[in-house]
Design a protein around this ligand. Structure first.
Ligand code: SF4
Ligand code: SF4
Length: 453
């Protein structure tokens, strides 16, 4: 067998001294989502990349590199292998993910949000139709696990509906031996000690994503409740108490920060606040995200991708120095790009309409064209009909998308087919700041830059 460097291997330029005194460079294999250090000689040969340079490596070193997919058989078509993995992950019948929107209303009105919210009374017949769809999926003998994501609008405005649905889902899961758990995406304004406990203890919520956009004054200006009150203090206090007192063990808490020109300078203050308020915990992960278009025009405030990535690298270093959890490099290979690229995933709105893409419901101009079915059309656990982006891997495979040439494809998947189609470039920040991220990881591992005193 002859070996070549994987097209999905990233190699840092900086040299570090590891704990044993070796000079090393950082590397990241996107096919394995693994980060590791390489001695300088091996790194230099990989940087050359050719089969001749690699042939001079000893068998043990090559076997170790091959195990990480850092080198591959020259005969392997790596793009085809990665796309096969995506197709298999997207078609896997055992793992079903269903996003349920229990309400179309939100108690906030953020400028950059592309959704249009409205109040509607709960229609019990529609709730029942949504429940039956999820029960049908849970009952299918092929289904091993169902993950429901509560999404909105603001899902906690419909806590009564969530309770009713969860009771039915967990009963069905018990009857059919299917694993069940939930995630919740919330603006955080309705979180209290009691709600967090209920979400954890009774509603099977194992992951929470809360958006905090800045220190108190900034968050409360950008994410103002319709009643004119801010929610920063109450949200952060409830989360910090739950984390400190261990009342929601095992629940992953993600704090998303939507960043644009109006709040980019305040991110460091927010990081300091979160650490001081007690959220530097292994249970909590910080996710800064650039504000992007949902079909609405955010061009006046959107940050240019490279500028965002540069600033994010600074925030990452600060966050880590404060003990906050913030991922350096992606920690898992993706099974599918997003809900829109797997017919085993679907979004159910409060009226029982089925969507493939999570940014179609409630979005004016996109909603009508995004409906792929109603829950009544779907029998048992039948996969949803194809949506607008289910041909994504064909587009990547035939070279129509630059993702087919990108070293991050195994951990990114192309980010967002919808944004590509609308003419935006949705590459995540790691595309532009992976080298700085590798450097942050090296420092976190206790490596010292070569040349440092
Ligand atoms: S296409 Fe984009 S917006 Fe739609 S579900 Fe996928 S990532 Fe989300
Ligand atoms: S979206 Fe960007 S980073 Fe992701 S695979 Fe495509 S080109 Fe690469």
């Amino acid at each position: 067998m002859t070996w070549r460097r994987s097209r999905y291997l990233l190699l840092g330029e900086e040299r570090y001294r590891d704990r044993a005194g070796r000079t090393v460079r950082m590397a990241y294999s996107a096919r394995d989502a693994s980060m590791f250090a390489l001695d300088e000689g091996t790194a230099a040969r990989l940087a050359g990349g050719g089969a001749d340079a690699l042939a001079s490596l000893d068998a043990e070193t090559l076997a170790g590199l091959a195990a990480r997919h850092a080198v591959v058989d020259t005969a392997e078509d790596e793009l085809a292998a990665v796309l096969t993995g995506y197709r298999e992950g997207s078609d896997a019948a055992g793992a079903r993910k269903i996003t349920v929107m229990p309400t179309s209303y939100c108690n906030m009105a953020c400028d950059y949000c592309g959704q249009e919210h409205f109040k509607a009374p709960v229609d019990n017949a529609r709730v029942e139709r949504v429940i039956r769809r999820v029960e049908g999926v849970i009952a299918d003998p092929e289904t091993e696990e169902v993950v429901v994501t509560w999404f909105g609008g603001e899902p906690l405005l419909a806590l009564r509906v969530i309770r009713e649905m969860t009771a039915r889902f967990t009963a069905a899961a018990g009857r059919h031996g299917t694993r069940y758990y939930a995630r919740l995406v919330t603006n955080g304004s309705l979180l209290t000690r009691r709600t967090l406990r209920e979400l954890h203890d009774e509603l099977c919520v194992r992951a929470l994503e809360v958006t905090i956009d800045g220190p108190e004054a900034v968050h409360d200006r950008r994410r103002l409740k319709r009643n004119g009150r801010g929610a920063f203090h109450r949200t952060v206090a409830a989360l910090a108490e739950a984390v400190r007192e261990g009342t929601v063990p095992g629940m992953r808490v993600g704090i998303r920060m939507n960043v644009d020109e109006q709040n980019e300078d305040t991110v460091p203050d927010l990081l300091v606040d979160l650490a001081c308020l007690g959220l530097a915990s292994p249970q909590v992960e910080i996710h800064p995200m650039p504000v992007h278009s949902w079909g609405n025009d955010v061009s006046a405030v959107e940050l240019e991708a490279r500028r965002y990535a540069q600033r994010e690298a600074e925030w990452l270093r600060l966050a880590r120095s404060l003990g906050l959890g913030i991922p350096t490099m992606p920690g898992a290979v993706k099974r599918t790009t997003c809900a829109a690229t797997s017919r085993r995933r679907e979004i159910l709105d409060p009226s029982g309409r089925v969507f493939a893409c999570s940014e179609h419901p409630l979005v004016p101009g996109a909603e009508a064209g995004g409906v792929v079915a109603t829950v009544d059309d779907l029998t048992g656990a039948a996969p949803r009909p194809a949506g607008q982006f289910d041909d994504w891997y064909e587009q990547v495979g035939d070279g129509a998308q630059q993702c087919g040439r990108c070293p991050l494809l195994p951990v990114c998947g192309g980010s967002c087919p919808k944004l590509w189609r609308e003419g935006h470039v949705p590459c995540p920040s790691v595309k532009y700041n992976w080298a700085e991220r590798l450097d942050a990881a090296a420092l976190g591992m206790g490596y010292r830059p070569v040349g440092a005193a």
